[in-house]
Design a protein around this ligand. Structure first.
Ligand code: GDP
Length: 594
């Protein structure tokens, strides 16, 4: 039997913001473009194809060293790095990405989004290697662009090699904590069991040939079956729906299996299910040097074979949802395929009466990614759906808000609220949080909850009686009673108006009506300040005398709240005064603030 044709592995690049994903992809493409004589690079829609000959030219001596040849037709790199693009490359239970490069900043180690990426790679069962980027920033590193990485490492002084090892072992340690074994690629014994770490520099290009060689090696050794092209109709994923000038709505798709031809009927996913349409044209990017007019960016082709990134022109693409599957319809199979697609769309959508947040996204992949991220973080979801934020979403959130203000919000990823939804949100005081990065949308929501809680705590705190200790200044009694007005010095804490005062024995003195500083009323006076206060209740000379020490007199419950919930908000001096107050109070009432 003839061996089946292997298609090129689809490679995605992931990593924390600023780890260097874009720079590394640019460097990989740039390195490949330079070897023109070997074929350079072919631009696809949303992807760049590095053919086998180019890989051979870049990796040459390494292939001899690692003892393998390039048997895949090349590598297809998805042009957009990151979680968002990766999410849309979804297929049920897995990913259309065959292999991933997780970019980690060597000077920082794993960062929060590296962890998120690892979670999603693990859940989608995508093998990956680590590009330990920015090795040129290890202090003292001397770049040797163009020479093999191992030689470059060998020629560095020992202290630099140690520094590199430190950076590597930091990542090895971090990965082992979450259950991944890893090693520098030159020390890996078994690539099926250990994640390879490849030191690279997107800036100098060092490590790029090694990175490419290992990607090819991993794919050829461990993914053969997956890369065998199945006979029969094409299958792919819509990654973007885009209106193009002069063309109308088009769908950018990644073909992952079989063939796609002009005239084929394809089944595609929409928010309400699925539809079948007929391909009018297939478009590939025109090579840069043939592009005379910026409007004339595409070359029509009759067919494409997997794997490929291609632009599809067909009627009725406007409501197709990115992240949904695309199947070429074989005779008699339309209904079956449409059912499969709509059940996939439905399985990602959540509709419930739970107390939870409302989530709207632009694509099926981002919806799944956000839902799973929120589930991992224990954030309940009431509605999760595709499309703009509607008035109904806001109403649902406001129903939740009445019971739980922290869950009564709408989160929108890459979508806008409809004007009437925004009006409704303003009228009902419902918060709509929007973002274009999955991670920061979820973080943004969590931050908002924290800020709301902190603001509420601050407000509740401001309603409590702050502890204060004061002394009546001799010679500054302005009025003896009704109300008594006299000068005090705040010895410790903060004195606020409308609080109750007591004397050193815990006897009630009265309520502070007003505090005045140099003739004007002030809301409070701090330790060290001398102010005049008016107090309803006492008569100076009877209940209180000049020189007396007084305290604020919080209620039992108030004092307990201060000591438990707001301990962190009080200074040492405040706490010391509170302690004195509690001691005085307990001498009269042993259960005070218990
Ligand atoms: P992304 O957010 O992961 O796509 O990161 P970028 O590619 O935008 O890079 C973030 C910053 O790091 C930019 O300022 C880059 O110039 C810088 N950078 C990326 N790779 C390297 C590298 O290998 N060495 C150095 N020194 N800087 C780098």
């Amino acid at each position: 039997m003839q061996p089946r044709r292997l298609r090129q592995p689809i490679v995605v690049v992931l990593g924390h913001v600023d780890a260097g994903k874009t720079s590394l992809l640019d460097r990989i493409r740039g390195t490949a473009v330079q070897v023109r004589e070997a074929g350079g690079i072919t631009q696809h829609i949303g992807a760049s194809f590095i053919p086998a000959d180019t890989l051979r030219a870049i990796c040459g001596p390494l292939l001899t060293q690692f003892r393998f040849d390039v048997t895949v037709p090349g590598l297809l790199f998805i042009d957009t790095p990151g979680h968002e693009a990766f999410s849309n490359l979804r297929i049920r239970g897995g990913s259309a990405a065959d292999i991933a490069v997780l970019v980690v900043d060597a000077t920082k180690g794993l960062e929060p989004q590296s962890h998120e990426s690892l979670e999603i790679l693990r859940s989608r069962k995508v093998p990956f290697l680590i590009a330990l980027n920015k090795v040129d920033l290890l202090s003292g590193w001397t770049p040797h662009p163009g020479s093999p990485l191992l030689e470059s490492i060998k020629s560095q002084p020992k202290v630099i090699v140690d520094r590199l090892d430190e950076a590597i072992y930091r990542v090895v340690g971090q990965l082992s904590q979450i259950g991944f074994r890893s090693e520098a690629f030159y020390r890996v014994r078994d690539f099926t069991k250990e994640v390879a770490i490849v030191p690279v520099s997107a800036r100098t290009g060092e490590g790029v040939p090694e990175l490419l060689a290992i990607l090819v090696g991993l794919a050829q050794q461990f993914m053969r079956r997956r890369l065998e092209v199945a006979e029969g109709p094409g299958r792919g994923i819509v990654i973007e729906v885009k209106e193009e000038p002069g063309l109308g709505y088009t769908a950018n798709a990644i073909l992952i299996d079989g063939e796609l031809r002009v005239g084929d009927e394809v089944a595609l996913g929409t928010r309400s299910g699925a539809k079948v349409t007929r391909i009018r044209a297939l478009l590939m990017p025109k090579p840069l040097d043939e592009m005379r007019d910026p409007r004339d960016r595409f070359t029509p082709v009759e067919s494409v074979s997997a794997a490929a990134g291609v632009k599809i022109l067909a009627p009725g693409l406007e409501d197709v949802v990115p992240g949904t599957p695309m199947y070429v319809v074989a005779p008699g199979r339309a209904e079956e395929l449409m059912n499969a697609i709509s059940s996939e769309v439905r399985s990602a959508i959540r509709e419930s009466e739970r107390m939870g947040v409302v989530v709207k996204t632009d694509a099926l992949g981002s919806l799944e990614a956000i839902v799973s991220m929120m589930e991992r973080r224990g954030i309940p979801i009431r509605i999760a759906d595709i499309g703009p934020v509607t008035k109904r979403d806001v109403i649902e959130a406001s129903v939740v808000r009445e019971k739980d203000k922290y869950l009564g919000v709408v989160l929108g990823f890459n979508v806008r609220p409809l004007p009437e939804a925004q009006e409704e949100a303003d009228a009902r005081g419902v918060r709509i949080i929007l973002d274009k990065v999955i991670y920061s949308l979820v973080e943004g929501y969590e931050r908002w909850v924290q800020e709301e809680k902190a603001a509420e705590a601050a407000q509740a705190f401001s309603r409590l009686t702050p502890p204060a200790k004061l002394r009546i200044l001799p010679g500054f009694v302005f009025r003896r009673s009704d109300p008594a007005i006299f000068g005090v010095e705040v010895l410790a804490g903060r004195l606020r108006s409308h609080v109750q005062l007591m004397d050193q024995d815990g006897r009630d003195v009265g309520e502070v009506l007003q505090i005045q500083s140099t003739g004007s009323p002030v809301p409070e006076a701090k330790a060290g300040e001398q102010v005049a206060i008016s107090v309803r209740g006492p008569t100076v000379g009877r209940q209180i005398k000049e020189g007396d020490v007084l305290y604020t007199s919080p209620g039992s419950e108030e004092a307990r709240t201060l000591m438990t919930r707001y301990k962190g908000a009080l200074s040492e001096a405040d706490l010391a005064v509170l302690d004195e107050i509690v001691r005085i109070k307990r001498s009269k009432n042993p259960l005070y603030a218990i």
